[in-house]
Structures are given as C-alpha cells and as structure tokens.
Design a protein around this ligand. Sequence first.
Ligand code: UDP
Length: 235
Amino acid sequence: MKYKRILLKLSGEALMGPNGYGIDSEKLKQYTQEIKKVKELGVELAIVIGGGNIFRGVQGEKVGIDRVQGDYMGMLATLINAMALQSSLEQNEMYTRLMSGIKIESVCEPFIRRRAIRHLEKGRIVIFGAGIGNPYFTTDSTASLRAIEIEADVVLKGTRVDGVYTADPEKDKNAERYTNISFQEVYEKNLNVMDMTAFTLCQENNLPIIVFDMNKAGNLEDLVKGEEVGTLITS
Ligand code: UDP
C-alpha cells in the first residue's frame, strides 16, 4: 500500500446529488462503499466533510446573518453531514468515531489529537466534524490542519472533477489535466486547488495533496494502492 494513513476530504455539495440540497441517500451509499473498499485494505482513514449542501457562512451575509454567526451555522452543517456519514459507515460494519471542533458532548467527542491517533491505530475511521471550530476557516483548512496533526501521509481531495487542469474544464474545452504539479507551480499559475490557507498549510508542512474524482467507482482504492489517479501536488 502506498499510503498507510490518509485524510479524505469530501465537500458537502458532493452529498446533495441531483436534488441540489441536503443529503442524497444514493450518494451517501456510494461514498460508503468507496470508503469501505479502502478500509478493507487496512488503511488508516480520517475524513473531513464539508457543509456546503446545507449552509455556508458567506451565504448568511446575503440574508442578513452576521458572518461569524453564519460560520458557526456552517460548522454545525458539517456536523450534520458527519453524523449522516457516521451512521451510514456503521450500518456497513465499519467502526467509527466522530470528533468535533465544537464541543457537543451528547453527540460526539471533542477533537483531542492523541485520541484521534489512537482511534486510527485501533482501526476506527475518524470523522472530523464542525471544522476547526473557528469562524473564517473552511473545511479544506480543517482537512489540511487535521492531516498534519494526525501525521497523515496525504490529503485526498475528492471532488467531481478528476484533477487539476490548466483552466476550468467545465468552461474551457482545451483545458488539460496535470498528473503531477508542484505547490509552487499551482501558486504561479493561480490554479484552483483549495483555498490559500489550506493550500499553504500543506506546502509548509510538506504534505502532498491529491485531487481526484470521488464519483468514479474504484478511484479512491486505486490511488491508495499507488496508481496514478487525479493530480498529485507535491513540493
Ligand atoms: N466553517 C468555519 N470554520 C471551519 C470550517 C467550516 O467557519 O473551520 C464554516 C464556513 O462558514 C463554511 C461552512 O462552515 O462555509 C461549511 O464548510 P465548507 O464551505 O468548507 O464546506 P464545503 O465547501 O466543503 O461543502
């Protein structure tokens, strides 16, 4: 196995399926199956899931909700997705722990780094909910930070695009996909991988990122085995 401990980042939007809102049961099932395949390979797996299918802080500003308040609402949205994913994984015979960036004691554990590592060592899938626990951050930043803290080998950013392109592939037909690219080149070419806070954290800590299509069955498993899938970003 190429990677022993991975952090998988899934966006909240990915969960909404064709409905355009909320949690789609088919998407949840599909992701659960993909996750199960890599878990069965013996990989230690942590997951950060976004909340964009339910609420984003910046969205709140448009309807008169204070930014900080909106960000906390966004963090709670990620927790709702995390709870849905936890339930789905457990129904499929996987052991999990949900750790939250905001204390919600009746529902899940608070994030404690040493405990998170211990859970992983025991083979449990650790889901990090409620982001970092601070406003003005994103779940991409949460993914980078938690990956560094738990000493993950790589951040796997599962999206609906199959990697990083020279231009937006949904707008430009001539856009080409990179298989490998350096952090520096991503900066210089102003390519969109993650928000800058998240991206810089990975660069400064020498943590590789792989951007890949999470909707293609088998992709997650293949890249954990070391096959060339998506775009690998390294120093
Ligand atoms: N958020 C935050 N701090 C964090 C993580 C998330 O304030 O550490 C809020 C922020 O408002 C964000 C929302 O939670 O817009 C949902 O997360 P995100 O937008 O990253 O979800 P995704 O785009 O991955 O679905």
